[in-house]
Design a protein around this ligand. Structure first.
Ligand code: GAL
Length: 748
């Protein structure tokens, strides 16, 4: 039977690489994967620090169970230009930094110690995507995903493509094309037995086929009583395959779901039902560790998008992301737009061939995920290039005729070789550009951007971002404008049946090159900050969710007399999915204010806006008058479901320290996020409390990043990472003015 073992522990890591010494063990630091070659500061760093070669080494002892079997290492990804050596001999090179590759060890293994040496090179090799031009994100060096040791029969299952051609029928069909690995070129004959199982057990159907070559197809038909995969009920099934040949057995299990996904000129249909796509773009990046975060952190991002931000789609800008992230999308019902690596620049012939190979690797890795509904097969925001993109589209359709293609662009009138015209529309904000006399335009008309008059499937893949960078600790007025811009676009998309949906730029702030961002190597484009702590704009998305899932009511204010220009808090946007909100100010009788359907007619949950339609500035008093407490109460179906008090005289009262979880796994670099906030006497964040906090952790683990933080906008965050030992981790967070807080984690 196949053995798949985690191979992440006990690597020796060092800066630099010397090919002449690939066959000898060199001194290094012992590390566990996923690993970032250089841990960067939060901001203001020099990104060229990691743009160089590094060496990873590990000894693999021969084991009796290797005898007569195929032994290989599967790298889920490494950034970049990886070369794997076994006992000094180069056995495979893989340039791309985002797709998996397999190093076949078998023919070179010796009975004894086998030295694996991996060179990775963080320099931006202009011969491969996304490099060769400027890019607005960082490609952090390291073996930043998992590595697996695989021991399988000489003939084994290499991959399977599962299709559900009539997913909506009562009696369903499943076809599975199974591809075998036969590196020794042996004669193959045998049998392939397959079973479909429900999640949590229970067989649905079984089928078998005789094998006499490197590929086989199994068909199951007339399957009844099965559930569709949908965003509210992401029903998953498993296909288990057992291969039996004269060379041994192999077993592989692959998850899949029954669903249809179709972009049409009249919008997107999931399982034949119209669904307006509402989502955000996501990079796979974290402070300090860059790309190198494991399963929990990947899954958490998907959970935040789905449950905290009420999104139904994510775009994996601008590359294939961790399998842990995409598997989580399958599990929770979050749709996914996945795309090949690249950013604006198209290189020469070799570069383009590598990009075409990326299309293949992405699709062959991910074709069974029900969450993925479209393949992005164009370099993000590149110019037209007929031959190149004709080929990426041809290949995508050949490999996976079940999904449509998209290609993200910002140029207008560009050649449409894809099935869906996917457009970054940055028109909102252009009214501020000199010479622009169109006034404020929220989104352009489809015919204007595409130049195509016939109806075509159309989606907005980016908006806002650099048009209005906003920090979590920016002045309230700016944040209100940030919120407004997100709302305006969500409203326009919701009201236009030509548009399948949108993904805004972007989920969270991210580190970037000096050519972008605020000069401190951060692009403040997120609706969350880098710690995934929300800005007000996050609630523009969250408030579109159903109050039955989560009640949202967030006034876009720090509630002070003099924070805004001229003073006061009007107009005051309250992001909410409540039916109405009652507001009091000091001694006021409560004022009931309803969602602003006038300005946001298409939103499921328009914000409640307190402005001159419902109050006069005098009611708040003018500059020099006493400032008063405000209360907000949200009602659903006539019942008060949430309430918030904003004091007139906020004072620091509580140091709040919240961990996403306190149970960690040993030996996996399992990392959990901790958010620190300073709260006033009513439990609200103090937006200008910027004192230092110190973090002390004891036990088998570490804090990622520094142990001293300065609060940014009253809050900060960090990740606690478990080490290899089991035990308890004790965390204490303290400031000068407030009671310290402690959390105990169990590492088991
Ligand atoms: C787009 C690009 C994104 C990001 C964004 C900032 O042009 O696709 O990667 O740079 O701008 O708004």
């Amino acid at each position: 039977m196949r053995i798949t073992e985690n191979f992440n522990g006990n690597w020796l890591f060092r800066h630099g690489f010397d090919a002449a010494r690939a066959g000898v063990v060199q001194e290094g630091e012992t590390v566990r994967l996923p690993h970032s070659a250089v841990e960067l500061p939060y901001n203001y760093f020099d990104e060229t620090e990691y743009q160089k070669p590094f060496t990873y080494q590990k000894v693999l002892d021969w084991r009796p169970d290797f005898e007569g079997r195929e032994v290989s290492l599967v790298f889920d990804a490494a950034m970049a230009d990886s070369v794997v050596y076994l006992n000094g001999k180069e056995i495979i090179a893989h340039k791309d930094g985002y797709t998996p590759f397999t190093a076949r060890l078998t023919p070179h293994l010796i009975e004894g110690e086998n030295l694996i040496t991996v060179k990775i090179d963080g320099s931006e090799n202009p011969e491969i995507p996304p490099f060769g031009g400027q890019i607005d994100y960082l490609c952090y060096a390291g073996i930043y995903r998992d590595v697996w040791l695989k021991v399988a029969s000489p003939v084994s299952i290499a991959n399977v493509k599962i299709e559900t051609p009539d997913a909506l029928a009562d009696a369903k069909t499943v076809t599975a094309r199974v591809f075998l690995a036969n590196p020794q070129g042996l004669a193959i004959s045998g049998a392939l037995d397959a079973k479909i199982r429900r999640k949590g057990g229970g067989d649905v159907a079984a089928s078998s086929v005789a094998i006499d070559g490197n590929e086989a197809t199994l068909t199951f038909s007339g399957l009844t009583g099965l559930e569709l995969w949908d965003i509210d009920n992401p029903a998953l099934y498993a296909l288990s395959l057992k291969l039996t040949t004269a060379h041994g057995e192999d077993v592989v299990t692959q998850r899949f779901g029954f669903r249809t996904a179709q972009f049409t000129p009249d919008g997107f249909l999931l399982n034949g039902r119209p669904l307006k796509l509402r989502g955000l773009n996501r990079h796979q990046a974290w402070p300090h560790t860059g790309y190198a975060m494991g399963r929990r952190a990947q899954e958490k991002d998907a959970d935040i998008l789905k449950h905290d931000l009420a999104c139904n789609i994510v775009r994996t800008s601008h590359y294939p992301q961790s399998k842990w992230f995409i598997e989580r999308c399958d599990e929770i019902g979050l749709l996914c737009f996945e795309e090949i690596p690249g950013w604006q620049h198209i290189g020469g012939e070799t570069w383009q061939q590598e990009s075409i190979a990326n299309v293949r690797r992405m699709i062959e890795r991910d074709w069974n995920h029900p969450s993925i509904i479209i393949w992005g097969v164009r370099i993000n925001e590149s110019q037209d290039n007929h031959d190149f993109y004709a080929e990426t589209n041809r290949l995508a359709r050949e490999l996976d005729p079940t999904r449509q293609t998209g290609g993200v662009r910002f140029i207008t009138n560009s050649e449409m070789l894809e099935d869906v015209y996917t457009m970054n529309d940055f028109i909102l904000g252009q009214e501020e550009m000199p010479g622009n006399n169109r006034g404020r335009v929220v989104l352009r008309d489809r015919v204007e951007t595409t130049g195509i008059t016939k109806p075509i499937p159309y989606m907005i893949t980016e908006y806002n971002g650099h048009m209005y960078p906003t920090k979590r600790f920016d002045q309230e007025q700016r944040q209100a404008e940030h919120v407004t811009r997100h709302l305006l676009i969500l409203n326009a998309v919701a009201g236009d049946s030509d548009i399948s949906g949108s993904t805004g730029w972007c989920m969270f702030d991210y580190n970037t090159h000096k050519d972008f961002g605020s000069g401190d190597r951060v692009c403040y484009h997120g609706v969350l900050d880098m710690y995934r702590i929300p800005k007000f704009a996050a609630f523009a998305y969250a408030s579109q969710g159903d109050p039955a899932d989560k009640v949202v009511m967030q006034p876009v204010t720090f509630w002070a007399r003099g924070e805004r220009n001229i003073g006061g808090v009007l107009p005051l946007i309250i992001l909410t999915n409540c039916d109405y909100v009652e507001v009091t100010f000091g001694e006021w009788p409560a004022k009931r204010v309803y969602p602003d359907k006038e300005n946001y007619p298409h939103l499921a949950h328009p914000p409640v806006v307190l402005d001159l339609r419902s109050v006069t500035p005098e009611e708040f008093g003018t500059w020099g008058r006493v400032w008063r407490e405000g209360t907000f109460t949200g009602y659903v179906d006539g019942k008060a479901v949430t309430t918030m008090t904003l004091p007139a005289d906020p004072v620091p009262t509580t140091l709040e320290v919240v961990a996403d979880d306190t149970a960690l796994r040993a030996g996996e670099k399992d990392a959990v996020r901790v958010v620190v906030r300073v709260l006033d006497q009513c439990g609200n964040l103090l937006p200008y409390f910027e004192e230092p906090v110190s973090l002390v952790l004891s036990g088998p683990g570490r804090i990622i990043g520094p142990a001293e933080h300065t609060l940014k906008g009253g809050a900060t965050g960090f990740w606690v990472e478990a080490g290899d030992e089991k035990g308890k981790l004790y965390l204490t967070v303290s400031t000068r003015r407030l009671l310290p807080q402690s959390i105990t984690f169990t590492v088991s």
